[in-house]
Design a protein around this ligand. Structure first.
Ligand code: AMP
Length: 190
């Protein structure tokens, strides 16, 4: 089972992905985590993307597609993966479908966490103090929301057309969201 946790920044994708890793042994593939690790390591890639992340813009499709491709061999050992923060553009989604098909895998489910923008802004204000992430500051966060609405939200019709999309109320408690995700995973396929 391979699934995408889909939603705007701070919708709760990372939290829910970590729970699924603990409960189901799936592997979490978070391009945000991979890019932050590259920045922290001081690698050439890290230097290349550092300012982009700080501004809240998207890095190029080639970079994140390459990062994901390197990690796809892990899917088999874990009985599937949770894509968290990837894909974020239609080009990334198409590349993911092609890369998975070459490995005899596919996206089974796309779970959209729906949270309204004002609730997201309130959440991020609280998170900034704890996370210390430069892109959680209010200015960068607005840019991340802009990028989501412009480049990522257009993926919803793509997955809807493929009958893979399930919507979950991301405004509910962490536990209630987790229960809805479990029901979606364990429920009948389309
Ligand atoms: P995240 O932790 O998923 O919110 O990602 C943090 C930042 O990493 C984003 O604001 C982008 O700058 C970059 N990033 C992560 N995933 C992607 C992606 N799939 N495509 C482009 N940029 C990404």
């Amino acid at each position: 089972m391979n699934l995408i946790l889909f939603g705007p920044p701070a919708a709760g994708k990372g939290t829910q992905a970590k729970r699924l890793v603990e409960r189901r042994g799936m592997v979490q593939l978070s391009t945000g985590d991979m890019l932050r690790a590259a920045v922290a390591s001081g690698s050439a890639l890290g230097h290349q993307v550092e300012d982009i992340l700080r501004r809240g813009d998207l890095v190029t499709d080639d970079i994140v597609i390459g990062l994901i491709e390197e990690r796809l061999p892990e899917l088999d050992a874990h009985g599937g993966g949770i894509f968290d923060g990837f894909p974020r553009t239609v080009a990334q989604a198409e590349a993911l479908d092609a890369m998975l098909a070459r490995r005899d895998h596919r996206i089974d489910l796309v779970i959209r966490l729906k949270v309204d923008d004002d609730a997201l802004r309130r959440r991020i204000a609280g998170r900034f103090a704890q996370s210390g992430r430069p892109d959680d500051n209010p200015v960068a966060y607005e840019q991340r929301l802009v990028a989501y609405n412009k480049d990522t939200a257009p993926l919803l019709p793509y997955y809807q057309a493929h009958n893979k999309l399930i919507e979950v109320d991301g405004m509910a408690s962490v536990e209630a969201v987790a229960a809805a995700i479990d029901a979606a995973i364990d429920g009948p396929r389309f």
